[in-house]
Design a protein around this ligand. Structure first.
Ligand SMILES: [Zn+2]
Ligand SMILES: [Zn+2]
Length: 400
């Protein structure tokens, strides 16, 4: 075998944090001057007297977000990017029968969505709520034709996962992610109102936080939309060239199912891969699906990117885990990186509160970059979980 040069590190590892310029509230400001907050409005129509307004808080933002998540459109894009005109349905992102029902109790699972997402945090703690499996993981982001026909190969009682099946898993994940990020961007301007009713001296900090969040939401949505467009083209052409995937099948059920995509920051040995929000990208993405067939859980990764790039190296670090660590890491990844994750009530309720705290998602929005220690911790054992790997496959060599 020829000797490969070491992979070039992702450029973002050397780039400064890309953040919007801070705004400052001057001690004196004329009523007709442009407002200090950068809104473009006059001071008298913006921050003048804001401290006397009724409080506008996170609950308003969360409510607006939930409303955005109910907006209906088909994610499948035609040749010219034209939207599909067919009737929109509530499309499951995780298979209802095999995936959700298998981990449910009395037809319900715990959902993390809309209690998480950096929008409505319960003091940073995970606060799952019970939802019926008819509603869990559903988003109004596909029409009935595309939901039923396109995803048929991965919907049956069993599924042999080749490149096309893995691409379908990835496509559903990026479609959901694009839907979610669009909803976030839609509510991002509301963050600039979170200083309504706050004392004058707290408004500058609130505005700078809002600008930071908005800036991140704009970048996040643009990146997600671009990656989704590339997948649209692939799916239309059934083109799996340059698409990579890896799957692992366990001898029983993981207590979690999920569907989504994330930008890997460190690999599971704690090695940095790319620094999110540093530079302008593009960043590499990994799609992550966990579902089950015939009572056996399957984790499927999908990605496009450079050979030895951040996505490939992230997935390889998962593939290199020992069999015993893979089930635990699968559960922790679903909790750590995705919002669209659903938990087995029997499993979650049996955990101690200390166990639950240790499984809490480490939010990048709240706590800054994920440390190497957090990434390393993703391979630690999970309580009440002992599953063995029975099969694996994909486009990566099985070990390096
Ligand atoms: Zn203002
Ligand atoms: Zn459609």
């Amino acid at each position: 075998m020829p000797i490969q040069p070491p992979p070039a590190p992702h450029p973002s590892l050397f780039m400064p944090l890309n953040r919007p310029p801070r705004v400052h509230r001057p001690p004196k400001i004329g009523r007709n001057d442009p407002c200090w907050c950068g809104s473009g409005r006059k001071f008298k129509a913006c921050h003048d007297g804001r401290e006397r307004l009724p409080q506008f808080n996170h609950h308003h933002v969360a409510e607006a977000f939930r409303k955005e998540l109910r907006r209906r459109y088909c994610s499948y894009a035609g040749e010219a990017g034209e939207p599909c005109g067919a009737e929109i349905i509530g499309a499951h992102t995780v298979q209802k029968e095999g995936g959700l029902r298998a981990i449910s109790r009395a037809g319900k699972v715990y959902s993390l969505i809309a209690t998480m997402g950096g929008l409505e945090k319960n003091g940073g703690r995970l606060d799952p709520r019970l939802v019926g499996i008819g509603d869990a993981s559903v988003f109004p982001g596909f029409c009935s034709t595309h939901d039923n026909d396109l995803f048929k190969p991965i919907e049956g009682k069993d599924c042999a996962i080749g490149a096309w099946e893995a691409l379908l898993f990835a496509y559903r994940a990026v479609s959901f992610e694009a839907f979610f990020k669009r909803a976030m961007l839609a509510v991002a301007p509301l963050f600039a109102r979170l200083d309504e009713g706050l004392p004058v001296e707290d408004q500058e900090l609130a505005q700078n936080m809002a600008r930071h969040f908005h800036h991140g939401a704009v970048a996040g949505e643009a990146g997600t939309r671009a990656r989704k467009a590339a997948y649209d083209t692939r799916v239309r052409a059934r083109d799996v060239n340059g698409f990579s995937y890896a799957w692992t099948r366990f001898d029983g059920l993981l207590p979690l199912v999920c569907c989504g995509a994330f930008l890997p920051d460190n690999d599971l040995t704690g090695r940095p891969l790319q620094r999110l929000a540093h530079g302008t990208g593009p960043f590499e993405q990994v799609t992550l699906n966990i579902t089950s067939y015939g009572g056996q859980s399957v984790i499927v990764f999908g990605w496009t990117g450079k050979p030895e790039g951040p996505a490939e190296r992230f997935v390889r670090s998962y593939q290199n885990l020992g069999d015993d660590d893979r089930a635990a890491a699968a559960v922790r990844l679903g909790l750590e990186y995705l919002e669209n994750s659903y938990l087995s009530p029997a499993w979650w309720d049996a955990l101690t509160s200390a166990d639950r705290r240790r499984l809490v998602r480490h939010s990048v929005e709240t706590h800054g970059p994920r440390s190497a220690a957090v990434s390393l911790g993703l391979r630690q054992p999970v309580p009440h979980l002992r599953l063995r790997v029975i099969d694996r496959g994909g486009s990566l060599p099985t070990s390096v």
